[in-house]
Design a protein. Sequence first.
Length: 206
Amino acid sequence: MNENMKIILIDFENMQNIELEKISEEEFRIIVFIGESQNKIPFGLVSEAQRFGDRLEWIKIDGNGPNALDFHIAYYLGKMIKEKPNNSYIILSKDKGFDPLLNYIQKEKVECKRINSILEIVEDINDFKYKNELDKILENLRKIEKSKLPRKRKSLKTYIISLLKQENEVIISTIVDQLFIAKYLSEENSNLKYERLEDNNKLDQT
């Protein structure tokens, strides 16, 4: 492995909408972690992965459990950092349970972060697509009683489809990703948390 590489560790249990087509195969090395019970990988993802050659690796973990895959990622991350501390490490997962570990690693002067979407490293996140749709979603979420807000990504997507009368999976997934990027949403143990609905402002990055 070359020095100063950018390595993306993908939590495939948490992130199955992975836009590999947006990533340069020369710039990144990618490791995809797959749960023991995950036996289906979308053809589009496999097809796009082929262009990375040996710069993309699939790791199917051993054992089931709510945090089994997370521990595997943590193990491989620590092992790689020990061998190559000058590399940049990125975990692709919406699960903020990784954040305490990454904060500790950053204090050790290792470049390491978690991202909610590939969009965060390949596009200007201040130039959001579907901004009008995002503002409409925020406006309507603020009207919902807190205890009745969607708590799973699947139920949130269903809500957005109903609200926007839009069923395009790519558009819906992009909108959800952008809500995470703008920090209106976070996720821990597969449950959604709404961080800034009380702000009453439209979509921004503050």
